[in-house]
Ligand binder design. Sequence first.
Ligand code: TMP
Length: 209
Amino acid sequence: MERGIFISIEGPDGSGKSTQIENIKRYFKDKNMNILFTREPGGTAIGERIRSIILDNNCSEMDYMAEAMLYAAARAQHVAEKIRPALEEGKIVICDRFVDSSIAYQGFGRKLGDAVRIINDFAIGECVPDVTFLMKLDPRVGKHRIREDEQDRLELEKDAFHIDVYNGYLELEKAYPKRIFGIDASQTIDAIKDDIYMKLEEVLKSVAR
Ligand code: TMP
């Protein structure tokens, strides 16, 4: 069987990613297609342990480069153990966040710049998403959708950090117009779903399976 399809979903915290991930899963399940759903940071036993360190509100002294490398380490394990094998089996891989999150949050938010892309090139090799859905919503709106006592170490960052992250996503959208499909996430849930399904039809046609 041919290589599968790799789909990632990105966006600021509170942008409605989780709701639309459920719609994407349903789209492929209704077509009886074989999917693997996974998330970052995490997705493997090792990755989930790294996730708990990175997001722990007690780890406030974490160095930004250490943070970027932990995300990249979790990702390397994720690609090797789950994503690449699933794609080789011809599965549709749906990943909640991937490398663009590191570039936006660590590269732009933490201002580590191109170093983040370089360490992630090592981590992922050739394993780049075929299509990335970017949920576009002002991060100040998104933040209010998350209860304060449920916010993790990254979500607790100030508005200025989240605005830098969001601008990073917009730069990525400009840099990779073929791969990244921006969606107006201020629309109704159904309108967003329609945009996503339209794009998925196009993706399936382009691989003509
Ligand atoms: P989640 O809330 O979507 O599970 O993501 C966890 C947090 O980790 C979220 O605030 C975004 C952040 N993050 C990064 O900063 N860099 C990364 O590479 C990834 C995957 C997530």
